[in-house]
Write a protein that binds this ligand. Sequence first.
Ligand SMILES: Nc1ncnc2c1ncn2[C@@H]1O[C@H](COP(=O)(O)OP(=O)(O)OP(=O)(O)O)[C@@H](O)[C@H]1O
Length: 320
Amino acid sequence: MIEVKNLSKQFVVKSGLLGQEEYVHAVNGVSFSIGDQETLGLVGESGSGKSTTGRLILRLLEPTSGKILLEGKDISTISDRDFRKLRKELQIVFQNPYSALDYKMTVEDILMQPLQIHKIVPPLEYKKEVHRLLHMVGLDHASARKFPHEFSGGQRQRIGIARALATKPRFIVCDEPVSALDVSVQSQILNLTMDLQKELGISYLFIAHDLHVIKHVSDRVAVMYLGKIVEMGDAEGIFENPMHPYTKALLAAVPGQGEEAQIKRRRLKGEIPSAIRMPSGCSFHTRCPFAMDICRNEIPILKEYKDRMVSCHLVDKEGV
Ligand SMILES: Nc1ncnc2c1ncn2[C@@H]1O[C@H](COP(=O)(O)OP(=O)(O)OP(=O)(O)O)[C@@H](O)[C@H]1O
């Protein structure tokens, strides 16, 4: 469905009194694929490049380099005009359902907009289609006449999902879709996205910093750190037996995972470094409890190891 090859994005920012240009290395040579009806969970701390990756795939941002293939066709180089025809296939659900919805519009108008723009159904069928979309996300017909502020956070996110579904997409980027919601509502929205996937055959790139959320929805997981994927594989394998010290540290931060002594040893120290001045060698070496000289000097490559891909010099070392 979607294939991303060596994708990179650098933002140019000005700094200092003289306004010197500096480069933020937001995404650094990321490659992965997402199959039909598959969910790839993208996890990592804030600032690791998850949202930028999602936005690059949807062409909301232009990549500095790399390719994005939709069913084998390179969509990173096609003209805006040609991309407009494909636009409806690729949708996004945002983190904050309130700011993502126009508060001056009724739900009916919000849902009708994509139907009109992409000519999904004839105008006479707009109302029927809006009701169908509302039904799909578990809202009643009366919701159509209301405004976003009349709904709870969870209901607003349902409207956000209905709007994404309006164009009958095959691929949706879910960018932290439940992190602004109460925990009690989160699982309802996660279950809704999974039910819709089964019913409609959608593929998802599911972005979250919360491992519980990623575990709940993902078939495969990619762990991102400072713009790079450091570990990627089947969700079950990653959660049962994390191999990269960063993945281990993320899991150690989750209560009830693993033995206490190990948890202490692995707990993440400090902050994610600046994406402007990237550390030498392995980007994670400044926080890795196992770092050796090779980690400080040589950039590790993401390569196959057992049942997954891992980027760590020490992956087969005892005790890491
Ligand atoms: N428009 C921009 N201009 C400059 N730097 C940016 C821009 N957008 C993102 N960045 C930087 O790129 C890096 C990756 O950001 P990104 O938002 O993709 O990370 P993230 O993992 O999604 O984090 P979060 O969950 O906080 O959004 C960060 O260092 C961020 O400050």
